[in-house]
Design a protein around this ligand. Structure first.
Ligand SMILES: *Cc1c(COP(=O)(O)O)cnc(C)c1O
Length: 376
């Protein structure tokens, strides 16, 4: 059992991907354009119900392009969730903007709308308004998007939904990200579906997507020679990678189903353990349960998350602390934060458990038994 490493959330191919990659090879579109890319974007648009989709090299690139196109630059402020992954917030710094972080709430572990409202109220009376708000859908659970939009809309501040972890999740029966000005998805190797690496920007605003497409391919003006009036990026997804994405998209709903089963099984197996609890599910949506996240009350359980992590590691099983809040990161030591205590508490008590969709129930039972053995 301990010979083969169990990863946190490894890629899980369906088998169809290889056929599609072969098709892409046969067409000789070994390039960042081609029929697979166009088809992947169309199919993703159909899946999410968001009109315009642009496949890119990463989710980070997608956020970068969205912020850039919103005119974010030096002297501007971008609001973001503190409990998130670095890729959600680094693009604002690429553009020379400053960040302000907002704590999460206990119901969803996502940006607390009340704290966001407080911040915008304060900024509107004493200073300049933030240029954009980036809201993370953490661990595949959507933030309360409509509430956040109702806070941002009166100030005219656009909202970018960072649904990098949330493909396949829903919010009020809409696809994760739908309803925001722009939505971002990631197909990095550890995400619920993967293209090895990749991302996507989606929006109802065709202008945004057209501009982002232009910027993602080196901002080449329509001339026979290479002509540049502005600086762009080399951020497009390749046609080969898009073939993997098409195969993965076909099984996204199956992956969500299995991720949710994994969460339920962990919770069931560990339900008799005092001091253990699991990430709540907000009643407005259906999380994809990308990762099963457990909270450990050290006093009651007699072991802390690190003890459990090391015990699993000793059996060649990967687990990981809850994301370290951005306001605690050395690189953001001078960045303001509204609140922060909830994210700090979740970081201190949280552990992400192996959640790969190819794991068997027997493997999950083995992991649960190892966790139980840590109890003092
Ligand atoms: C993975 C992730 C990103 C970045 O996506 P990449 O494709 O790895 O660049 C951004 N935000 C969140 C919340 C993520 O989990």
């Amino acid at each position: 059992m301990s010979s083969e490493r169990i990863f946190l959330s490894p890629p899980h191919m369906s088998g169809n991907e290889l056929e599609l990659v072969k098709e892409a090879f046969a067409s000789n579109y070994i390039a960042p354009v081609g029929p697979m890319l166009t088809a992947f974007e169309k199919e993703f648009a159909a899946y999410t119900g968001i009109a315009h989709c642009l496949a890119l090299a990463s989710g980070t690139a997608a956020i970068h392009l969205a912020l850039k196109e919103l005119g974010v630059g030096p002297g501007d402020e971008v609001v973001a969730s503190t409990l998130t992954f670095i890729g959600s917030v680094s693009p604002a710094t690429f553009l020379g903007a400053s960040l302000v972080f907002v704590d999460c709430d206990r119901e969803s572990w996502n940006m607390d709308p009340d704290l966001l409202a407080e911040l915008l109220e304060q900024r509107s009376t004493t200073g300049k308004l933030p240029k954009a708000v980036v809201v993370t859908d953490l661990y595949g659970q959507c933030a309360d998007l409509d509430k956040i939009l109702s806070i941002c809309d009166p100030h005219g501040i656009p909202v970018i939904a960072d649904a990098a972890e949330a493909a396949g999740a829903t919010y009020k029966n809409r696809a994760a990200g739908k309803g925001a000005y722009a939505a971002v998805y990631s197909f990095n190797g550890n995400k619920i579906i993967t293209t090895s690496g990749g991302g996507l920007l989606a929006s109802e605003d065709q202008r945004l997507i057209d501009r982002a497409r232009f910027l993602s391919t080196q901002a080449r003006e329509p001339f026979p020679h290479y002509e540049h009036e502005e600086i762009g990026f080399n951020y497009r997804m390749s046609n080969i990678v898009a073939a993997i994405g098409r195969g993965q998209l076909q099984v996204l709903d199956d992956r969500v189903k299995r991720k949710r089963e994994i969460f339920d099984l962990y919770r069931e197996l560990l339900s008799d353990q005092p001091g253990l609890s699991f990430m709540p599910e907000a009643d407005y949506g259906r999380a994809n349960r990308w990762l099963t996240v457990m909270l450990i009350d050290k006093e009651t359980y007699g072991a802390d998350p690190e003890t459990i992590r090391l015990a699993l590691e000793a059996h060649n099983i990967e687990s990981r602390p809850v994301w370290k809040p951005m306001h605690l990161q050395p690189v953001f030591k001078n960045t303001p934060v509204v609140g922060g205590a909830v994210a700090e508490d979740l970081f201190a008590r949280g552990l992400c458990l192996p959640s790969g969709t190819a794991l068997t129930d027997a493997q999950l039972e083995h992991i649960a038994a190892l966790i139980k053995a840590c109890r003092k």
